[in-house]
Design a protein around this ligand. Structure first.
Ligand code: PMP
Length: 368
């Protein structure tokens, strides 16, 4: 495994070269969004200065060039998560839109009155609310697997809740709040035994874990570019080709049509069937540079560094009075959340200087 050159990596992030409150910026909010390396920023700049055109339907040089770069990123994303085919990758606005797309389209086609959707108690709102709306629309029932005090799932409850009525199991691969890595293979096996479909929310796991959607054998895998050093407003939906083909379109217009008349419209093949309108071309192309950044430094090396930082923060805060760590699962990605006794998390986040003096130690607060 290669060793990270931290000085060189820091130099790649222009945002870090500033002072905030009179101190060099220390950014600890990567679970909310990561900062962007220079190559990503330059790719955005280059695209608008040199390549800007609408894609797929243009018959000129710039359109060809932009289309080529755009589709090249689709290929790279497919490789990044081990998808069998490029057409299994759909570009969206983010994890949230990817889940809403599945809830709307898969939900329309497959979910019926009395069916059950199973989620967990550690889901992000983006993996709760779309299912609540779907259940209301279809008369389906939402079931929630509880979380134990150490921040792991109650596996016995999971086994009991995933049953013959389960139509879909939707769970977070790694929690953005607790860091817990859920036992994906085990949960997917439980769903498969009951003939249920599976959606994995990879918004946090894609940054830390090696993803292989074919080995996982999930039906859907969703994640966001902005948590992987890429631009905001861009996300990905992986879906098994055969399933995506059976699902109706999510939105109408633009690239998702084959032929339109006032009487009837026929739809394009996947992935375009799900990509209505002019997509987020510049950000898709720039995301290719984010993947280059990860590849160049090595996902395993990045993870090893993050894991070491996690161990260090856990060890150093262990004997600081009043710090209450949240989520102590053995299998964790490098997300560290904590409460400080008698303080509201918002105040901790806003007033890290005061926190430091109260605790008497050099803590930069992060609680999300
Ligand atoms: N799921 C998880 C686990 C997340 O961490 C996030 C983002 N914090 C989301 C879903 C939603 O992602 P986005 O806001 O990029 O759509």
């Amino acid at each position: 495994m290669q060793k990270l050159d931290l000085t060189a990596i820091r130099a790649e992030f222009p945002v870090l070269h500033q002072e905030v409150h009179g101190k060099p910026l220390v950014y600890l909010d990567n679970a909310a969004t990561t900062q962007k390396p220079l190559a990503v920023l330059q790719a955005l700049d280059q695209y608008y200065k040199r390549d800007n055109a609408n894609i797929h339907r243009g018959a000129h040089a710039l359109a060809d060039r932009a289309t080529g770069y755009f589709e090249q990123t689709r290929k790279r994303v497919a490789q990044f998560i081990g998808a069998a085919e490029d057409r299994e990758i759909i570009f969206t606005k983010g994890t949230t839109e990817s889940i809403n797309l599945v809830a709307a389209s898969f939900g329309e086609r497959f979910v019926e009155r009395g069916d059950e959707i199973v989620i967990t108690a550690m889901e992000h709102h983006a993996n709760i609310v779309p299912w609540q709306l779907l259940c209301q629309r279809k008369g389906a029932v939402l079931r929630v697997i509880p979380v134990l005090s150490d921040g792991t799932l109650d596996r016995a409850a999971a086994e009991a809740l995933i049953g013959p009525k389960t139509k879909l199991l939707a769970f977070v691969h790694a929690s953005n709040a607790l860091g817990t890595i859920n036992p994906a293979e085990e949960l997917i096996a439980l769903a498969r035994k009951q003939g249920a479909y599976v959606l994995v929310d990879g918004a946090q796991s894609a940054s830390h874990l090696q993803i292989d959607v074919q080995a996982l054998d999930c039906d859907f895998f969703v994640f966001s570019a902005h948590k992987l050093y890429g631009p905001t407003g861009l996300g990905f939906l992986y879906g098994k080709a055969a399933l995506l083909e059976e699902m109706p379109p999510y939105q109408g217009g633009g690239e998702m049509i084959r032929e339109v008349s006032f009487e009837q419209t026929t739809f394009n093949d996947i992935p375009f069937k799900f990509e209505a309108g002019t997509p987020n071309i510049a950000d898709v192309i720039a995301f290719g540079e984010a993947l280059n950044f990860i590849e160049q430094h090595g996902k395993a090396a990045i993870k090893a560094h993050e894991d070491a930082l996690l161990q260090q923060v856990v060890a150093e805060l262990a004997d600081v009075k009043g710090i209450l760590p949240l989520g102590t699962a053995a299998q964790k990605v490098s997300v560290f959340s904590f409460n400080i006794q008698h303080m509201h998390p918002f105040d901790v986040g806003r007033c890290s200087t005061r926190v430091v003096s109260r605790c008497g130690r050099g803590i930069t607060a992060h609680s999300r």
